[in-house]
Design a protein around this ligand. Structure first.
Ligand code: MSK
Length: 669
């Protein structure tokens, strides 16, 4: 009998902990996503985006032949109804945008609902941790932060402000007409572009629903018109649902500031109760972190013979608790099965998004309790699978129930194989933190960053974000791309699983600047004391990159709209619909995005032309695809250099520092 195909660990990842765990998994006969990716071939037609499953007369498959590609035969492909490859691929793509935007924004809705319950006194376990941010956010919604009595003005009660903010914010999901409010934060020229292109969103839910309507059989049959709605929907998420989620999380749990933490599977403990919180939503994980520090839970751990607890994160829940509490990260999306295979995890507690269904099966082979917590995200099978439903009104009670379940399971732990790898990193660069880091606590400013971009020490800004994808080597593309960018003096902002790749490779430390950066960026990093790759949070926190970019415009000297900035994005290993939604909101905002894994569009040449060329005329930014990370870095640098040239800063120049005599000369002239 032929031997089953398996992944070659050294070929599918550059992370040594993952290599070790894959060898252990394969020796034990446990199959992981890495093996399944080798065994299961992708569908050619699907990957090119030209399979239509929208009605039951199909699926209609329209393969792109060599003749059509080379122009030697006419392209008269059509589905049963006459749908062209462009219509089919565009419908598929905007449905991905809708899926991604719905996912992030529904996370956002949950956050606002809890925020509102807190403001109305119905969720007693939550509180306002960042009142300054609440007052700032109130300003964006037009909510008064002061009251005037007679001649005197007083700060308004924070709970009153929170209630008004919560009501207005929640209304943004169901708003039917007009323009969403939060988008007013964007630079004026960016907003003018949105108005001109007709893509300023009306309300979050409305734009998602409209995509589902337009992509039904026999509705919108113009691929350009479909993508226009995709652009509008993406903005509803980027500057709406996602940005509001980030801001309300900051108000309730604290705005992140730089601190240190550890990453990789080696953070799991032989002697403590290991609880992994996995997914994206910090509402529950925040409570679990608080619960394990309560005296009764500490006693409970001792009673089970354990030295305490490790709460380690996985995927973006990890980024959330790492940035605010310094809790360790066990791993990224592709490491979730491996975490269970260590045999050291008492509870894998999941909320929403990026949770592999196979966790239920893998958990059955160990003592691990696989605990689902959200009513919208249950798992149907598995003897170790259980559901403990999270309720914001009894958040701490539920968190303690989960912690006790994990503690009770400690005695069932068998043999473990925890790899030793962990890496130190600095994380927590929110927009506010970058501002204070550059300009000082009392006069935070982006001006020093702008000055260093203008004088050429920093060539440009790159956002390297997104997932891991089992179809490309784990972490490899992210790390090679980031190293090539910083070597060329491009500062990198990172989120999601890309940030974890950077952490594991040691790129999130200030010391890495001297090793990996070009001379200009190294000098800036060493002077300011920052890493060349700045960890900005989870995938919902990509909105922080938008607010940071807006601060750069406000600081002056680098153009009027986001499309003017020497900035570019990349998702080298994207896999989820959320990534498509994020990339589209960056592009619609004026920042081009290069992908390392192809979009399912390449069977529809006219759609490719729209996305990779014509979109630049509409939004000042476009899509791109380059699987080779080094080539990708240079394509990104090309975009940056083009923007520098347009700004007239393509030749290095120093900022002239004037003394009093110089100023007097100007005034006298
Ligand atoms: S967790 S969406 S694999 S970044 Fe946000 Fe990672 Fe992508 Fe999930």
């Amino acid at each position: 009998m032929a031997e089953e195909k398996k992944a070659v660990p050294e070929a599918v990842t550059c992370d040594t902990a993952t290599i070790k765990m894959l060898h252990i998994a394969q020796a034990k006969g446990e199959e992981t996503i890495f093996d399944r990716a080798v065994k299961m071939k992708q569908c050619n037609i699907g990957t090119e985006g030209i399979c239509c499953k929208i009605c039951s007369q199909g699926p209609c498959r329209l393969p792109l032949t060599k003749g059509i590609k080379e122009g030697t035969e006419p392209d008269n492909r059509m589905g049963l109804c006459g749908a062209t490859p462009e219509t089919i691929a565009a419908r598929n793509m905007v449905r991905m945008i809708a899926g991604g935007c719905a996912t992030h924004s529904d996370h956002g809705r949950g956050v606002i609902e809890t925020f509102r319950a807190m403001a109305y006194g119905e969720a007693k376990d939550y509180t306002i941790k960042d009142e300054i941010k609440l007052r700032e956010v109130a300003g964006y919604f037009g909510v008064a932060t002061t009251v005037t009595e007679g001649d005197e003005t007083f700060p308004r009660d924070k709970w009153e402000i929170a209630r008004e903010v919560a009501d207005i914010a929640l209304g943004q999901w169901g708003q039917q007409q007009g323009r969403m409010i939060y988008h007013n934060r964007a630079p004026e020229a960016t907003k003018e572009r949105w108005i001109k292109q007709g893509v300023w969103p009306r309300g979050i839910d409305r734009e998602v629903v409209e995509i589902m309507h337009r992509t039904h059989m026999g509705v919108d049959q113009d691929y350009r018109n479909l993508l226009k709605q995709g652009a509008r929907c993406s903005l509803g998420n980027g500057w709406g649902g996602s940005m509001m989620a980030t801001d309300m999380q900051d108000i309730m749990f604290g705005t992140p500031y730089p601190s240190t933490g550890n990453i990789n599977l080696g953070v799991l403990s032989e002697t403590k109760i290991n609880i992994i919180v996995h997914g994206h939503d910090p509402l529950l994980s925040e409570m679990i972190v608080a619960a394990v520090h309560t005296p009764d839970m500490i006693e409970y751990a001792k009673a089970q013979g354990a030295d305490g607890y490790i709460v380690a994160g996985m995927c973006c829940t990890a980024n959330e608790i790492l940035m605010r509490h310094g809790m360790p990260i066990a791993g990224d999306y592709l490491q979730q099965e491996l975490a269970v295979i260590t045999g050291a995890v008492e509870a894998m507690v999941v909320d929403v998004q990026c949770v592999m269904e196979n966790l239920a099966n893998i958990s059955e082979c160990y003592h691990t309790k696989f605990i689902t917590t959200m009513p919208i995200a249950k798992c149907a099978s598995g003897k170790n699978t259980m559901h403990i439903e999270f309720e914001e009104h009894h958040a701490m009670e539920k968190a303690k129930e989960i912690v006790r379940t994990a503690a009770d399971n400690f005695k069932n732990r068998g043999q473990t194989s925890i790899p030793s790898e962990t890496n130190k990193m600095v994380m927590g660069f929110s927009t506010e933190a970058i501002k204070y880091h550059l300009g000082g606590t009392f006069r935070g400013s982006f001006v020093p960053l702008n000055d260093n971009i203008i004088n050429g020490r920093i060539r440009g800004i790159a956002g390297v974000v997104g997932c891991n994808n089992a179809r490309v080597p784990h972490d490899t593309g992210h790390i090679e791309l980031m190293k090539e960018l910083i070597k060329n003096d491009v500062i990198v902002l990172t989120t999601g699983c890309a940030a974890m790749a950077a952490g594991k490779a040691g790129l999130l430390t200030p010391e890495s600047a001297a090793v990996f950066c070009g001379p200009g960026l190294a000098e800036v990093c060493e002077t300011v004391g920052i890493p060349p790759v700045l960890h900005m949070g989870s995938c919902v926190d990509n909105s922080r990159i938008l607010t940071a970019a807006t601060e750069v415009i406000k600081a002056g000297g680098l153009g009027k709209e986001l499309a003017d900035l020497p900035a570019v994005g990349s998702a080298p290993g994207w896999m989820s619909e959320k990534a498509v939604g994020i990339a589209q909101y960056f592009i619609t905002s004026g920042v081009s995005v290069m992908l390392g894994v192809p979009l399912p569009i390449y069977g529809a040449p006219k759609l490719v032309k729209l996305l990779e060329e014509e979109m630049e005329d509409l939004y000042g930014a476009k899509w791109g695809y380059e699987p080779d990370p080094i080539k990708c870095a240079h394509k990104m640098i090309e975009i940056i250099d083009k923007k520098r040239k347009a700004l007239g800063i393509d030749t290095a120049r120093e900022r002239v520092l004037m003394d009093m005599a110089d100023r007097q000369k100007i005034e006298a002239a």
